[in-house]
Design a protein around this ligand. Structure first.
Ligand SMILES: O=c1[nH]c(=O)c2[nH]c(=O)[nH]c2[nH]1
Length: 310
């Protein structure tokens, strides 16, 4: 007898833009985000019995995303995601969890003749600031029970490259190995860094942390950039671990930090066939960036051993 093992549904790829107009100064600020909202709860009958009476239509979920963006601040995204998720649990007793993902796209204010422009912006890269929030009942069987907030914040799509200051040697050498050891290589990756907040026991607790969310994002971004630039890298593994350690130190409210980093390879090109040109080793200047395959290195660093499940 088959059993519905798990189920959730909702709306994905809801694009939202919100403008804030400062009437006094005439300065406008904008936020553009892509939202995903999936609901869980006593919805089995819609799958197994064709009973749609338990379904909040995904179209209504989309409408709610817009309405909550109008009613509440969309910054920081951690707060907006919490308001949105909280709505579904307080409005619909049979919904036990809302999974919200908010991806915030960059619109950076233009600087014109040295001054910040009041209403013009540009996309300075594909980097996004993201939040994944699970808003759930503390006791899932009790419909009126308190709601808890599990938040993960992240930076994704931040492409970085250093042209020296990276080595990779001492790795396993056997009959499968062709990679030479190197003491000087190009290191390039797309940063995907996530930090997991200690659980928030109420919406009020999330609200009280509003300043911490922006500060954590700024600290993580600065640590990532500085460590990437200044670390005499022994490997992607070691450099990412150093980043995790520092983020945990800088943000005490965070329990765990994780990275998923592609190692984007740049191959030397032997051009000696053309007039004996020297373009390898210390003479290498022209390289071939590879689109694939790439290494993929991941880790999760927890504050203490009680958070480690292996
Ligand atoms: O930093 C690196 N880590 C690896 O595990 C690895 N493997 C590889 O081929 N190159 C690299 N670089």
């Amino acid at each position: 007898m088959p059993i519905l093992a798990s189920a959730c549904y909702g709306k994905d790829n809801v694009r939202v833009y919100k403008v804030h107009r400062d009437e006094k100064t005439g300065v406008q600020s904008v936020t553009e985000m892509t939202v995903c909202c999936l609901l869980e709860g006593e919805i089995d009958a819609s799958y197994t019995q064709a009973d749609n009476s338990v379904v909040v239509a995904t179209d209504s979920i989309k409408n709610t995303i817009y309405i909550k963006a109008k009613e509440h601040p969309v910054n920081p995204p951690e707060l907006y995601a919490s308001h949105l998720g909280n709505h579904f649990l307080s409005r619909y007793p049979h919904i036990s969890a809302a999974h919200i993902k908010v991806v915030v796209h960059r619109w950076t204010r233009m600087s014109i003749d040295g001054s910040p422009h009041p209403h013009s912006f540009f996309r300075d890269g594909e980097e996004t600031r993201n939040v994944e929030a699970t808003i759930s009942r503390s006791s899932p069987s009790q419909k009126g029970s308190d709601v808890q907030f599990d938040l993960k914040s992240s930076i994704a799509g931040l492409s970085v490259l250093k042209s020296t200051g990276s080595a990779f040697h001492g790795f396993v050498r056997d009959e499968f190995t062709t990679l030479p050891e190197t003491w000087d290589r190009i290191l390039s990756t797309d940063i995907d860094c996530t930090w997991t907040w200690k659980r928030f026991a109420s919406l009020a607790e999330v609200q009280d942390s509003v300043e911490k969310f922006d500060k954590a994002w700024e600290s993580a971004r600065a640590i990532i950039m500085k460590t990437f630039a200044t670390d005499d890298s022994a490997s992607v593994q070691n450099t990412m671990y150093k980043m995790c350690e520092q983020i945990l130190k800088a943000v005490p409210e965070v329990d765990k930090t994780a990275f998923s980093l592609p190692n984007k390879h740049y191959f030397e090109i032997d051009l000696s066939w053309h007039k004996g040109i020297k373009n390898t080793g210390k003479d290498a200047e022209v390289y071939a960036p590879q689109s694939g395959p790439n290494g993929l290195i991941k880790c999760e660093v927890a504050r203490d051993v009680s958070m480690v499940i292996r």
